[in-house]
Design a binder for this molecule. Structure first.
Ligand code: GDP
Length: 299
């Protein structure tokens, strides 16, 4: 299936290496654990998470849950699935009225494409979708969003370049209420060179949405590019300081052998992964299910 296919590179770079390691050893000794550590780090699982996993393995050995190299893959699969499953839940939605999803992330991570894919996902369920072009800094981003909007059958609220993103959000929420929209997806800017301004801007957009529609935004999704490995982790820390992130979207998992970064961001930030991108097409966004992910990774 598409998920398994999308994880091909990570399976080759990570799972297959673990399997090779396992077949090369008769017992788990220090050298084995050193090699395993190197494989996990190379897959971008992250220093802290790797240390935690190794500690788990050592206690698993003591507790006789792991009796030899062959027990390692099932153990890792279970542990990784458990880490990823923590805090797992369906995307939050409004009980009545429009559900508002605010989408944040650095330019180039796949934010616009993710918004289009999300819109498509909900349109496929027959729901009414409105998009808000909140990245008023990049004219191209708004244009791209309009193109996607017409492709997926969603209207787009757009102001002229350089206008206040909070005003776009304000108009979009009013329009969503007036048009009985099911989902409003709000794009935001992602220029990082003027970091503090950007974070203030995101806070303001969030404030306006919350003020105009109590309970909203129902989700604040941070989009991270899996191919950037540990950079994704530092971006996540930065955005988390500005707005309360309710979920992560990991894009471009199909383009990287470092899919282990998903384990690192989840375990080090404590924010659940809600969606994953495994390709450039509209259909290539998947709701994240930890057990499916672990099965595709190790299966
Ligand atoms: P933005 O600057 O964050 O809005 O990024 P875009 O949405 O314009 O995406 C940047 C590039 O990443 C585009 O070429 C997208 O097609 C590509 N992209 C986005 N998501 C994925 C994904 O899941 N897999 C792959 N292979 N490419 C993706």
């Amino acid at each position: 299936d598409r998920l398994k296919e999308g994880l091909t590179k990570t399976r080759k770079g990570f799972t297959e290496k673990v399997e090779q390691l396992v077949s090369g050893y008769a017992t788990i000794d220090d050298e084995f654990l050193d090699d395993l550590e190197a494989i996990l780090l190379a897959a971008d699982v992250g220093v802290k998470t790797v240390a935690a996993l190794l500690a788990d393995i050592k206690s698993g050995i003591k507790a006789k849950q792991i009796n030899g190299p062959d027990d390692l893959v099932p153990f890792l699969k279970t542990r990784i699935a458990a880490i990823l499953a923590e805090g797992e839940g369906a995307p939050r939605e409004a009980e009545t009225g429009p559900t508002v999803i605010m989408v944040v992330g650095v330019n180039g991570v796949g934010k616009t494409t993710t918004i289009a894919k999300l819109g498509h996902y909900y349109r496929e369920q027959g729901r009414r979708v409105l998009l808000a072009a909140g990245d008023t800094f990049r004219a191209a981003a708004s244009e791209q969003l309009e193109i996607w909007g017409s492709r997926i059958g969603a209207e787009v609220i757009r102001h002229k370049e350089g206008s206040d993103p909070a005003a776009v959000a304000f108009d979009a929420v009013q329009a969503a209420k007036a048009r009985s929209t099911d989902l409003l997806i709000v794009d935001t800017a992602g220029r990082l060179h003027t970091k503090s301004n950007l974070m203030e801007e995101l806070k303001k957009v969030h404030r306006v949405i919350a003020r105009e529609l109590p309970g909203a935004p129902h989700e604040v999704l941070l989009v991270l590019d899996a191919t950037t490995g540990q950079n994704a982790l530092s971006q996540a820390r930065l955005f988390k300081e500005a707005v309360e992130i309710s979920g992560l979207v990991l894009t471009k998992l199909d383009g990287t052998a470092k899919g282990g970064v998903i384990v690192a961001v989840k375990s080090e930030l404590g924010v659940p992964v809600k969606w994953i991108g495994v390709g450039e097409k509209m259909e290539d966004l998947r709701p994240f299910v930890a057990s499916d992910f672990a099965a595709a990774l190790f299966g």
